[in-house]
Design a protein around this ligand. Structure first.
Ligand code: PNW
Length: 475
């Protein structure tokens, strides 16, 4: 049978980089401070009906003001790396033009603060907070946004270039394109399959142009990367393989193809002919996208199970996405996403650590010379605060510890099978603004009290600290 992934005592090498991840809009707050312009997530979260409970990132974890104490807490936990994102509208409030000095200065303080504490900075240039002014001109459906992104990357690279270990261009362009422009679950909330596919291409192009720009201005030998949320797809029944090919195309190969192989997969273009003619791809684009990269970031949470819909019985659609009326799968509305076997996290996502092992091994087999990093993995649970033996509050999040233990074990098994895995960033350092779910879903290994903004490391944070100290999965 398949392993239960609860092995303890497995050892990680001395260079394996243990850390946590966050994103600017999810933690910073200070939404109008120091010249920050509005992003599509400000607009979206302030639009009634888009985010649970009307929650916004206006204050979030107030990390913009509390960053120093947050970094001290990372030291206390022994974290070796920190994956954070830079808010484009802090650097360029309207997405174009000269850099806003106060915005650059914030990230310079943060990065210098990390380095002073011996924590390695992993910077993401785009974790979904597009300047609203660019969305007003079409956002990611507009080719110009890709060029604007490269200009922004250059501004940040010129200032911080010598101090960042890993530069990541985009976080999960799948979400930006398909949830932002297709399903409507994410900002800007459009529901148009053709726009979603145009966004896919312009995000790919933005990545390529940004890597080229960064290489020009960044000294030394940092790593350039992109982070994808590749889908691990389990086929069901006779039609499962056809359904899996279709979803693999839209979710995975439409990114991996141009990024790493220099071309779009022909079957994806065929599958989506009724949605778009792909005329947004211009001659030379795939060469621009296909820049050499040094590392691929992998975000992993769950798996999907698919088959083709028979057209008669009610179509199952348990793909785990908030239903706003659009579709995250342009041209694949005849694919069914089946209910997954449990157990589930508080997101309703099924827990399957074998998916992480499978994904890492498959990527290594397809791209043997490309080092990998888990740039996100973690779980939301309905944490409860209780009184500890000494009368102080504790969060005994054993379910999250178990989730992390199994996924670290899966990663270890992948390494044992030859995968060049360089590190693991747990999502997330802090409870934070979970996009359409607002503050209702808690992913942190550190609890945030949203009344007082106090931080409280959960049992999972202590468990992780032990793992990092011993470089072994604790018993
Ligand atoms: C990722 N989906 O988001 C993001 O990179 C994080 O910002 C986020 O907080 C984390 O995972 C947990 O959700 C996703 O619907 C959001 O498939 C939605 C999906 C996938 C990833």
């Amino acid at each position: 049978g398949s392993p239960d992934y609860r092995d303890s005592g497995l050892e990680f090498g001395p260079d394996f980089l243990f850390g946590t991840a966050t994103a600017s809009y999810q933690i910073e707050g200070a939404a109008t401070e120091d010249g920050r312009g509005p992003s599509i997530w400000d607009t979206f979260s302030h639009t009634p009906g888009k985010v649970w409970n009307g929650d916004t990132g206006d204050v979030a974890d107030d990390h913009y003001h509390r960053w120093e104490a947050d970094l001290d807490l990372m030291v206390e936990l022994g974290l070796e790396a920190y994956r954070f994102s830079i808010a484009w509208p802090r650097i360029q409030p309207t997405g174009r033009g000269p850099a806003n000095e106060a915005g650059l200065a914030f990230y310079e303080r943060l990065v210098d603060g990390l380095i002073a504490r011996g924590i390695r900075p992993i910077a993401t240039l785009y974790h979904w907070d597009l300047p609203q002014a660019l969305e007003d001109e079409g956002g990611w459906t507009n080719r110009e946004t890709a060029y604007a992104f490269a200009d922004y990357a250059r501004l940040v690279g010129e200032r911080l270039g010598d101090r960042i270990d890993v530069w990541t261009t985009l976080n999960e362009p799948w979400c930006s394109a398909y949830l932002g422009y297709g399903s409507g679950a994410h900002a800007p909330g459009l529901m148009d399959g053709a726009k979603a596919l145009a966004a896919v291409h312009h995000l790919n192009l933005a990545h390529g142009l940004a890597v080229a720009a960064l290489r020009e201005v960044v000294p030394g030998d940092p790593k350039f990367s992109i982070t994808l949320n590749l889908h691990v797809i389990r086929p069901s029944g006779d039609t499962g393989h056809e359904a899996a090919r279709r979803i693999d195309g839209l979710a995975n190969r439409v990114f991996l193809g141009p990024l790493l192989d220099g071309e779009y997969p022909a079957d994806v273009i065929d599958d989506t002919r009724a949605v778009t003619d792909w005329s947004f791809v211009k001659p030379g684009d795939t060469e621009l996208i296909n820049q050499p990269i040094d590392l691929l970031g992998v975000n992993y949470y769950s798996t999907v199970t698919v088959r083709m819909w028979d057209g008669a019985t009610p179509r199952v659609n348990a793909d785990g996405h908030k239903d706003m009326g659009g579709t995250a799968w342009p041209g694949a509305d005849d694919v069914e996403f089946l209910e997954q076997p449990g157990p589930y996290t508080a997101m309703g996502w099924n827990i399957d650590p074998s998916g992480l092992e499978d994904l890492l091994v498959a990527l290594h087999e397809a791209y043997p010379n490309l080092p990998l990093m888990v740039t996100e993995n973690g779980a939301a649970y309905d944490d409860v605060v209780t009184e500890g033996p000494d009368g102080r509050p504790v969060v005994q999040d054993d379910d999250r510890v178990d989730y992390l233990r199994r996924h670290f074990t899966a990663a270890h098994r992948a390494i044992a099978r030859g995968v060049d895995l360089r590190g693991y960033q747990v999502w997330s350092f802090l409870d934070n603004f979970e996009w359409g779910y607002g503050y209702s879903k808690r992913f942190g290994i550190v609890r945030v009290d949203y009344d007082t903004l106090e931080r409280l490391p959960k049992a999972s944070a202590r468990w992780y600290a032990d793992l990092i100290r011993d470089r072994r999965i604790p018993a």
